[in-house]
Design a protein around this ligand. Structure first.
Ligand code: HAM
Length: 440
Protein backbone atom coordinates (compact mmCIF):
# COMPACT_ATOMS: atom_id res chain seq x y z
CA UNK A 1 0.00 0.00 0.00
CA UNK A 2 1.44 3.40 -0.89
CA UNK A 3 1.67 6.09 1.76
CA UNK A 4 -0.82 8.97 1.56
CA UNK A 5 0.84 12.06 0.06
CA UNK A 6 1.97 14.62 2.59
CA UNK A 7 2.21 18.22 1.42
CA UNK A 8 5.33 20.17 2.39
CA UNK A 9 3.22 22.44 4.52
CA UNK A 10 1.73 19.46 6.37
CA UNK A 11 5.05 17.80 6.99
CA UNK A 12 6.62 20.88 8.62
CA UNK A 13 3.56 21.86 10.66
CA UNK A 14 4.14 21.63 14.40
CA UNK A 15 2.47 18.60 15.92
CA UNK A 16 0.56 19.41 19.08
CA UNK A 17 -1.06 17.38 21.82
CA UNK A 18 -4.60 16.17 21.21
CA UNK A 19 -7.30 18.54 22.44
CA UNK A 20 -8.37 17.71 25.97
CA UNK A 21 -5.24 15.64 26.66
CA UNK A 22 -2.67 17.30 28.86
CA UNK A 23 1.07 17.14 29.36
CA UNK A 24 2.16 17.09 32.94
CA UNK A 25 5.24 19.29 33.21
CA UNK A 26 7.91 18.92 35.91
CA UNK A 27 6.62 21.73 38.16
CA UNK A 28 3.19 20.03 38.18
CA UNK A 29 4.39 16.47 38.59
CA UNK A 30 5.73 17.24 42.07
CA UNK A 31 2.14 18.10 43.08
CA UNK A 32 0.78 14.90 41.59
CA UNK A 33 3.43 12.92 43.44
CA UNK A 34 2.40 14.59 46.69
CA UNK A 35 -1.23 13.59 46.06
CA UNK A 36 -0.32 10.07 44.92
CA UNK A 37 1.92 9.55 47.96
CA UNK A 38 -0.96 10.32 50.33
CA UNK A 39 -3.32 8.05 48.36
CA UNK A 40 -0.88 5.12 48.32
CA UNK A 41 -0.27 5.30 52.03
CA UNK A 42 -3.99 5.55 52.73
CA UNK A 43 -4.78 2.46 50.64
CA UNK A 44 -2.11 0.49 52.48
CA UNK A 45 -3.51 1.60 55.84
CA UNK A 46 -7.03 0.42 54.91
CA UNK A 47 -5.79 -2.91 53.51
CA UNK A 48 -6.58 -2.24 49.81
CA UNK A 49 -4.29 -3.87 47.22
CA UNK A 50 -3.39 -2.22 43.93
CA UNK A 51 -4.52 -3.68 40.62
CA UNK A 52 -3.24 -2.50 37.22
CA UNK A 53 -5.16 -3.38 34.09
CA UNK A 54 -4.54 -2.52 30.41
CA UNK A 55 -5.87 0.81 29.17
CA UNK A 56 -7.46 -0.93 26.15
CA UNK A 57 -10.23 -3.52 26.41
CA UNK A 58 -12.73 -5.15 24.09
CA UNK A 59 -15.48 -2.64 23.33
CA UNK A 60 -18.19 -5.10 24.45
CA UNK A 61 -16.89 -4.96 28.04
CA UNK A 62 -17.86 -1.30 28.39
CA UNK A 63 -21.04 -1.51 26.31
CA UNK A 64 -22.31 -4.38 28.48
CA UNK A 65 -21.34 -2.91 31.86
CA UNK A 66 -21.74 0.87 31.61
CA UNK A 67 -24.89 0.42 29.47
CA UNK A 68 -25.71 0.89 25.77
CA UNK A 69 -27.92 3.94 26.39
CA UNK A 70 -25.54 6.05 28.43
CA UNK A 71 -23.66 9.17 27.33
CA UNK A 72 -20.36 7.38 27.77
CA UNK A 73 -21.18 4.46 25.47
CA UNK A 74 -23.32 6.40 22.99
CA UNK A 75 -21.07 9.42 22.50
CA UNK A 76 -17.83 9.42 24.39
CA UNK A 77 -15.81 6.27 23.83
CA UNK A 78 -12.56 6.15 21.89
CA UNK A 79 -13.33 3.04 19.90
CA UNK A 80 -11.26 1.71 17.03
CA UNK A 81 -10.62 -1.42 15.05
CA UNK A 82 -7.20 -2.94 15.54
CA UNK A 83 -5.31 -4.71 12.79
CA UNK A 84 -7.17 -7.96 13.41
CA UNK A 85 -10.51 -6.25 12.92
CA UNK A 86 -11.39 -6.48 16.64
CA UNK A 87 -13.30 -3.58 18.15
CA UNK A 88 -11.24 -2.11 21.00
CA UNK A 89 -11.88 0.84 23.28
CA UNK A 90 -9.64 3.04 25.42
CA UNK A 91 -11.11 2.57 28.88
CA UNK A 92 -13.53 5.34 29.85
CA UNK A 93 -13.50 4.21 33.50
CA UNK A 94 -11.92 1.56 35.70
CA UNK A 95 -14.74 -0.49 37.25
CA UNK A 96 -15.50 -2.67 34.22
CA UNK A 97 -11.81 -3.52 33.70
CA UNK A 98 -11.41 -4.30 37.37
CA UNK A 99 -14.38 -6.70 37.32
CA UNK A 100 -13.11 -8.34 34.12
CA UNK A 101 -9.63 -8.86 35.57
CA UNK A 102 -10.90 -10.10 38.94
CA UNK A 103 -13.17 -12.65 37.21
CA UNK A 104 -10.53 -13.73 34.71
CA UNK A 105 -7.96 -14.45 37.42
CA UNK A 106 -10.30 -16.14 39.86
CA UNK A 107 -10.04 -13.40 42.49
CA UNK A 108 -13.75 -13.60 43.27
CA UNK A 109 -14.06 -17.32 44.12
CA UNK A 110 -15.44 -17.50 47.67
CA UNK A 111 -13.34 -14.60 48.79
CA UNK A 112 -13.60 -10.91 49.35
CA UNK A 113 -11.34 -8.43 47.63
CA UNK A 114 -10.48 -4.85 48.40
CA UNK A 115 -8.75 -3.38 45.35
CA UNK A 116 -7.61 0.05 44.21
CA UNK A 117 -6.23 1.45 40.98
CA UNK A 118 -5.01 4.61 39.44
CA UNK A 119 -4.48 5.67 35.86
CA UNK A 120 -5.63 7.45 32.72
CA UNK A 121 -9.21 7.17 31.43
CA UNK A 122 -10.53 8.43 28.09
CA UNK A 123 -13.83 10.10 27.21
CA UNK A 124 -14.57 12.21 24.16
CA UNK A 125 -16.33 14.99 26.09
CA UNK A 126 -16.24 18.72 25.37
CA UNK A 127 -13.08 19.88 27.13
CA UNK A 128 -13.33 22.65 29.71
CA UNK A 129 -11.85 23.42 33.12
CA UNK A 130 -11.97 20.18 35.11
CA UNK A 131 -13.17 18.12 32.14
CA UNK A 132 -10.69 16.46 29.82
CA UNK A 133 -10.56 13.74 27.18
CA UNK A 134 -7.70 11.99 28.91
CA UNK A 135 -8.10 12.32 32.66
CA UNK A 136 -6.90 10.32 35.62
CA UNK A 137 -8.80 8.49 38.31
CA UNK A 138 -7.98 6.86 41.59
CA UNK A 139 -10.58 4.16 42.20
CA UNK A 140 -11.49 1.65 44.86
CA UNK A 141 -13.56 -1.54 44.35
CA UNK A 142 -14.58 -3.95 47.13
CA UNK A 143 -16.02 -7.35 46.12
CA UNK A 144 -17.94 -10.06 47.96
CA UNK A 145 -19.45 -7.93 50.74
CA UNK A 146 -23.10 -6.97 50.70
CA UNK A 147 -23.63 -5.15 54.00
CA UNK A 148 -23.70 -1.41 54.69
CA UNK A 149 -20.43 -1.78 56.65
CA UNK A 150 -18.36 -1.86 53.46
CA UNK A 151 -20.34 1.02 51.90
CA UNK A 152 -19.47 3.01 55.02
CA UNK A 153 -15.82 1.92 54.85
CA UNK A 154 -15.22 3.19 51.31
CA UNK A 155 -16.90 6.48 52.19
CA UNK A 156 -14.81 6.80 55.36
CA UNK A 157 -11.69 6.09 53.32
CA UNK A 158 -12.51 8.96 50.97
CA UNK A 159 -13.38 11.22 53.92
CA UNK A 160 -9.99 10.51 55.47
CA UNK A 161 -8.31 11.49 52.22
CA UNK A 162 -10.09 14.86 52.31
CA UNK A 163 -8.96 15.28 55.87
CA UNK A 164 -5.33 14.56 55.02
CA UNK A 165 -5.42 16.93 52.06
CA UNK A 166 -7.12 19.69 54.08
CA UNK A 167 -10.32 19.49 52.00
CA UNK A 168 -12.89 18.41 54.60
CA UNK A 169 -14.55 21.83 54.82
CA UNK A 170 -14.69 22.24 51.04
CA UNK A 171 -16.54 19.07 49.96
CA UNK A 172 -20.08 17.79 50.52
CA UNK A 173 -21.21 14.18 50.55
CA UNK A 174 -24.43 13.57 48.59
CA UNK A 175 -26.14 10.22 49.07
CA UNK A 176 -29.02 8.34 47.54
CA UNK A 177 -30.29 4.79 47.20
CA UNK A 178 -31.42 3.39 43.86
CA UNK A 179 -33.01 0.37 45.53
CA UNK A 180 -32.89 -3.17 44.22
CA UNK A 181 -33.04 -3.77 40.48
CA UNK A 182 -36.69 -4.90 40.83
CA UNK A 183 -37.73 -1.87 42.90
CA UNK A 184 -36.00 0.42 40.42
CA UNK A 185 -37.80 -1.21 37.49
CA UNK A 186 -41.15 -0.58 39.24
CA UNK A 187 -40.15 3.02 40.03
CA UNK A 188 -39.11 3.49 36.42
CA UNK A 189 -42.67 2.71 35.30
CA UNK A 190 -44.08 5.23 37.80
CA UNK A 191 -41.62 7.84 36.59
CA UNK A 192 -42.35 7.26 32.90
CA UNK A 193 -46.09 7.59 33.61
CA UNK A 194 -45.44 10.90 35.41
CA UNK A 195 -43.30 12.31 32.59
CA UNK A 196 -45.75 11.11 29.95
CA UNK A 197 -48.49 13.01 31.76
CA UNK A 198 -46.29 16.14 31.47
CA UNK A 199 -44.89 15.45 28.03
CA UNK A 200 -45.21 19.07 26.88
CA UNK A 201 -42.87 20.22 29.70
CA UNK A 202 -40.03 17.89 28.69
CA UNK A 203 -37.07 19.26 26.74
CA UNK A 204 -35.75 17.48 23.67
CA UNK A 205 -33.04 15.58 25.53
CA UNK A 206 -35.53 14.31 28.08
CA UNK A 207 -38.02 13.20 25.42
CA UNK A 208 -35.23 11.17 23.86
CA UNK A 209 -34.45 9.58 27.22
CA UNK A 210 -38.05 8.98 28.22
CA UNK A 211 -38.12 5.35 27.19
CA UNK A 212 -34.41 4.50 26.95
CA UNK A 213 -33.13 5.87 30.27
CA UNK A 214 -35.84 7.85 32.11
CA UNK A 215 -33.96 8.01 35.43
CA UNK A 216 -31.32 10.17 33.76
CA UNK A 217 -33.98 12.83 33.15
CA UNK A 218 -33.77 13.50 36.90
CA UNK A 219 -30.17 14.57 36.33
CA UNK A 220 -31.15 17.32 33.86
CA UNK A 221 -29.46 20.68 34.49
CA UNK A 222 -32.01 22.57 32.35
CA UNK A 223 -33.55 25.25 34.66
CA UNK A 224 -36.84 25.11 32.72
CA UNK A 225 -37.24 21.50 33.80
CA UNK A 226 -36.63 22.27 37.48
CA UNK A 227 -40.32 22.60 38.61
CA UNK A 228 -41.25 19.37 36.84
CA UNK A 229 -38.36 17.52 38.43
CA UNK A 230 -39.07 18.94 41.88
CA UNK A 231 -42.52 17.34 41.83
CA UNK A 232 -41.43 14.04 40.27
CA UNK A 233 -42.01 10.84 42.28
CA UNK A 234 -38.98 10.16 44.45
CA UNK A 235 -36.98 6.99 44.22
CA UNK A 236 -36.50 7.14 48.00
CA UNK A 237 -40.25 6.65 48.43
CA UNK A 238 -40.23 3.52 46.26
CA UNK A 239 -37.41 1.59 47.88
CA UNK A 240 -37.79 -2.10 48.67
CA UNK A 241 -37.55 -2.90 52.39
CA UNK A 242 -34.10 -4.47 52.21
CA UNK A 243 -32.63 -1.46 50.43
CA UNK A 244 -34.27 0.89 52.93
CA UNK A 245 -32.78 -1.01 55.88
CA UNK A 246 -29.39 -1.07 54.14
CA UNK A 247 -29.51 2.67 53.51
CA UNK A 248 -30.58 3.49 57.06
CA UNK A 249 -27.77 1.35 58.46
CA UNK A 250 -25.30 3.19 56.23
CA UNK A 251 -26.46 6.66 57.27
CA UNK A 252 -26.40 5.57 60.95
CA UNK A 253 -22.79 4.48 60.55
CA UNK A 254 -21.82 7.73 58.86
CA UNK A 255 -23.47 9.70 61.66
CA UNK A 256 -21.63 7.64 64.26
CA UNK A 257 -18.36 8.42 62.49
CA UNK A 258 -19.19 12.14 62.35
CA UNK A 259 -19.47 12.29 58.54
CA UNK A 260 -21.98 14.90 57.36
CA UNK A 261 -24.10 14.09 54.32
CA UNK A 262 -27.09 15.33 52.41
CA UNK A 263 -29.62 13.03 50.82
CA UNK A 264 -30.08 13.96 47.19
CA UNK A 265 -33.11 12.03 45.89
CA UNK A 266 -32.23 13.02 42.31
CA UNK A 267 -28.74 11.53 42.37
CA UNK A 268 -28.90 8.70 39.81
CA UNK A 269 -25.36 8.53 38.30
CA UNK A 270 -24.54 8.24 34.61
CA UNK A 271 -23.59 4.56 34.49
CA UNK A 272 -26.18 1.78 34.42
CA UNK A 273 -24.56 -0.76 36.71
CA UNK A 274 -25.53 0.83 40.04
CA UNK A 275 -28.10 -0.39 42.56
CA UNK A 276 -28.79 0.64 46.16
CA UNK A 277 -26.18 3.09 47.55
CA UNK A 278 -24.90 5.83 45.25
CA UNK A 279 -22.87 8.84 46.36
CA UNK A 280 -20.92 11.82 45.14
CA UNK A 281 -18.51 14.21 46.82
CA UNK A 282 -18.98 17.67 45.35
CA UNK A 283 -17.41 21.08 45.73
CA UNK A 284 -18.63 24.55 44.79
CA UNK A 285 -15.06 25.82 44.28
CA UNK A 286 -14.55 24.43 40.76
CA UNK A 287 -17.52 25.78 38.80
CA UNK A 288 -19.64 23.35 36.83
CA UNK A 289 -17.28 20.36 37.10
CA UNK A 290 -17.73 20.09 40.85
CA UNK A 291 -17.91 16.32 41.39
CA UNK A 292 -14.53 15.21 42.66
CA UNK A 293 -15.41 11.64 43.62
CA UNK A 294 -18.34 9.38 42.82
CA UNK A 295 -19.44 5.80 43.18
CA UNK A 296 -21.81 3.31 44.67
CA UNK A 297 -22.93 -0.28 44.81
CA UNK A 298 -23.12 -2.51 41.70
CA UNK A 299 -24.25 -5.89 42.97
CA UNK A 300 -25.42 -7.16 39.57
CA UNK A 301 -22.39 -6.38 37.42
CA UNK A 302 -20.23 -9.45 38.01
CA UNK A 303 -23.14 -11.73 37.14
CA UNK A 304 -24.05 -9.58 34.17
CA UNK A 305 -20.52 -10.12 32.82
CA UNK A 306 -20.79 -13.89 33.22
CA UNK A 307 -19.58 -14.46 36.80
CA UNK A 308 -21.29 -15.76 39.93
CA UNK A 309 -23.50 -13.20 41.73
CA UNK A 310 -21.04 -11.04 43.69
CA UNK A 311 -21.94 -7.89 45.60
CA UNK A 312 -19.61 -4.97 44.99
CA UNK A 313 -19.16 -1.32 45.87
CA UNK A 314 -16.60 1.31 44.93
CA UNK A 315 -15.85 4.83 43.79
CA UNK A 316 -13.50 6.80 41.58
CA UNK A 317 -12.12 10.28 42.00
CA UNK A 318 -10.84 12.64 39.32
CA UNK A 319 -7.21 13.49 40.05
CA UNK A 320 -7.13 16.62 37.82
CA UNK A 321 -10.15 18.04 39.67
CA UNK A 322 -8.60 17.37 43.05
CA UNK A 323 -5.27 18.95 42.04
CA UNK A 324 -7.19 21.97 40.70
CA UNK A 325 -9.12 22.20 43.95
CA UNK A 326 -5.95 22.02 46.05
CA UNK A 327 -4.42 24.75 43.86
CA UNK A 328 -7.52 26.95 44.00
CA UNK A 329 -7.60 26.70 47.77
CA UNK A 330 -3.80 27.02 48.03
CA UNK A 331 -3.55 23.82 50.01
CA UNK A 332 -0.32 22.41 48.63
CA UNK A 333 2.44 22.46 51.21
CA UNK A 334 5.17 24.94 50.20
CA UNK A 335 7.90 22.37 49.67
CA UNK A 336 6.29 20.02 47.16
CA UNK A 337 9.13 20.89 44.71
CA UNK A 338 12.21 18.74 44.46
CA UNK A 339 15.12 21.18 44.81
CA UNK A 340 18.61 19.77 44.36
CA UNK A 341 20.93 19.51 47.33
CA UNK A 342 24.16 19.73 45.40
CA UNK A 343 25.56 20.32 41.91
CA UNK A 344 28.95 18.75 41.28
CA UNK A 345 31.13 20.70 38.84
CA UNK A 346 34.24 19.28 37.22
CA UNK A 347 36.10 22.55 36.57
CA UNK A 348 37.85 21.33 33.41
CA UNK A 349 37.77 18.39 31.05
CA UNK A 350 40.41 16.48 32.99
CA UNK A 351 38.18 16.45 36.09
CA UNK A 352 35.09 15.12 34.31
CA UNK A 353 35.74 11.38 34.65
CA UNK A 354 36.85 11.60 38.32
CA UNK A 355 33.81 13.81 39.05
CA UNK A 356 31.49 11.16 37.64
CA UNK A 357 33.07 8.54 39.92
CA UNK A 358 32.84 10.86 42.92
CA UNK A 359 29.16 11.54 42.15
CA UNK A 360 28.46 7.80 42.06
CA UNK A 361 30.32 7.30 45.36
CA UNK A 362 28.30 10.06 47.03
CA UNK A 363 25.00 8.67 45.70
CA UNK A 364 25.94 5.23 46.99
CA UNK A 365 26.86 6.57 50.42
CA UNK A 366 23.94 9.01 50.82
CA UNK A 367 20.73 7.59 49.32
CA UNK A 368 18.69 10.67 50.26
CA UNK A 369 21.09 13.12 48.60
CA UNK A 370 19.75 14.93 45.52
CA UNK A 371 22.88 15.44 43.49
CA UNK A 372 23.24 16.53 39.88
CA UNK A 373 26.53 16.20 38.00
CA UNK A 374 27.45 18.90 35.52
CA UNK A 375 27.46 17.47 31.98
CA UNK A 376 28.03 19.13 28.65
CA UNK A 377 31.45 20.77 29.15
CA UNK A 378 31.77 24.56 28.73
CA UNK A 379 34.09 27.20 30.13
CA UNK A 380 34.79 27.72 33.84
CA UNK A 381 32.32 30.62 34.17
CA UNK A 382 29.49 28.92 32.36
CA UNK A 383 29.93 25.80 34.54
CA UNK A 384 29.54 27.91 37.67
CA UNK A 385 26.57 29.74 36.23
CA UNK A 386 24.84 26.40 35.57
CA UNK A 387 25.53 25.38 39.18
CA UNK A 388 23.78 28.51 40.37
CA UNK A 389 20.85 28.07 38.00
CA UNK A 390 20.36 24.45 39.06
CA UNK A 391 18.72 25.70 42.24
CA UNK A 392 21.05 23.52 44.37
CA UNK A 393 22.12 24.69 47.80
CA UNK A 394 25.75 23.64 47.34
CA UNK A 395 28.19 23.59 44.46
CA UNK A 396 30.89 20.95 44.79
CA UNK A 397 33.92 21.98 42.75
CA UNK A 398 36.52 19.55 41.49
CA UNK A 399 39.52 20.95 39.55
CA UNK A 400 43.17 20.09 38.97
CA UNK A 401 44.15 21.38 42.40
CA UNK A 402 41.42 19.51 44.25
CA UNK A 403 42.27 16.30 42.40
CA UNK A 404 45.94 16.59 43.31
CA UNK A 405 45.06 17.00 46.97
CA UNK A 406 42.12 14.55 47.15
CA UNK A 407 39.72 17.29 48.25
CA UNK A 408 36.53 19.03 47.04
CA UNK A 409 35.72 22.73 47.29
CA UNK A 410 32.28 23.32 48.77
CA UNK A 411 30.64 26.58 47.71
CA UNK A 412 27.44 27.78 49.41
CA UNK A 413 25.12 29.04 46.69
CA UNK A 414 22.23 30.26 48.83
CA UNK A 415 23.94 31.78 51.86
CA UNK A 416 26.78 34.20 52.51
CA UNK A 417 29.33 31.80 53.85
CA UNK A 418 32.98 31.18 53.05
CA UNK A 419 33.72 28.25 50.82
CA UNK A 420 35.48 25.25 52.36
CA UNK A 421 37.72 22.45 51.23
CA UNK A 422 36.96 18.99 52.50
CA UNK A 423 38.68 15.64 51.89
CA UNK A 424 36.68 13.66 49.30
CA UNK A 425 36.48 10.73 51.70
CA UNK A 426 34.87 12.88 54.39
CA UNK A 427 32.35 14.56 52.11
CA UNK A 428 29.45 12.07 52.38
CA UNK A 429 29.54 12.28 56.14
CA UNK A 430 29.80 16.08 56.20
CA UNK A 431 27.00 16.76 53.69
CA UNK A 432 23.97 16.59 56.02
CA UNK A 433 25.48 19.27 58.26
CA UNK A 434 26.55 21.39 55.27
CA UNK A 435 22.99 21.25 53.95
CA UNK A 436 21.35 22.23 57.21
CA UNK A 437 23.76 25.12 57.65
CA UNK A 438 25.50 23.77 60.74
CA UNK A 439 29.19 24.61 61.16
CA UNK A 440 31.54 21.78 60.12
P1 HAM B 1 -17.76 8.66 37.06
O1 HAM B 1 -18.75 9.45 37.82
O2 HAM B 1 -18.00 8.50 35.61
O3 HAM B 1 -17.70 7.23 37.76
O4 HAM B 1 -16.32 9.26 37.27
C1 HAM B 1 -15.76 9.41 38.55
C2 HAM B 1 -15.01 10.72 38.67
O5 HAM B 1 -14.05 10.84 37.63
C3 HAM B 1 -15.88 11.96 38.48
O6 HAM B 1 -16.55 12.29 39.66
C4 HAM B 1 -14.84 13.02 38.12
O7 HAM B 1 -14.18 13.48 39.31
C5 HAM B 1 -13.85 12.21 37.29
N1 HAM B 1 -14.11 12.43 35.85
C6 HAM B 1 -15.04 11.80 35.08
N2 HAM B 1 -14.99 12.27 33.82
C7 HAM B 1 -14.01 13.20 33.78
C8 HAM B 1 -13.46 14.05 32.74
N3 HAM B 1 -13.90 14.00 31.49
N4 HAM B 1 -12.45 14.90 33.09
C9 HAM B 1 -11.98 14.95 34.36
N5 HAM B 1 -12.44 14.18 35.36
C10 HAM B 1 -13.45 13.31 35.09
C11 HAM B 1 -16.90 6.22 37.35
O8 HAM B 1 -16.02 6.34 36.54
C12 HAM B 1 -17.15 4.92 38.10
N6 HAM B 1 -16.27 3.88 37.53
C13 HAM B 1 -16.91 5.11 39.59
C14 HAM B 1 -17.09 3.85 40.38
C15 HAM B 1 -16.13 3.00 40.80
N7 HAM B 1 -18.24 3.35 40.77
C16 HAM B 1 -18.02 2.22 41.42
N8 HAM B 1 -16.73 1.99 41.42
Amino acid sequence: MSKPPVSKNESTKKIQAIRGMNDLLPDQSARWQYFEGIVQSLMRRYGYAEIRTPIVEQTALFARSIGEVTDIVEKEMYTFEDRNGDSLTLRPEGTASCVRAAMEHGLLHNQTQRLWYQGPMFRHERPQKGRYRQFHQVGVEAFGLDGPDIDAEVILLSARLWQELGLTDHVTLELNSLGSNEARAAYRDTLVAYFEAHHEALDEDSRRRLHSNPLRILDSKNPEMAPLLADAPRLMDHLDDESRVHFEALTARLEAAGIDYVINPRLVRGLDYYCRTVFEWTTTALGSQGTVCAGGRYDGLVEQLGGKPTPAVGFAMGIERLILLLETLELFPAATGEALDAYLVPLDEGAEAPAMLLAERLRGASPALRLQLHCGGGGFKSRLKKADRSGARLALLLGEDELAQGVVTVKFLREARDQQRLPQDALAEALPALLTGEPT
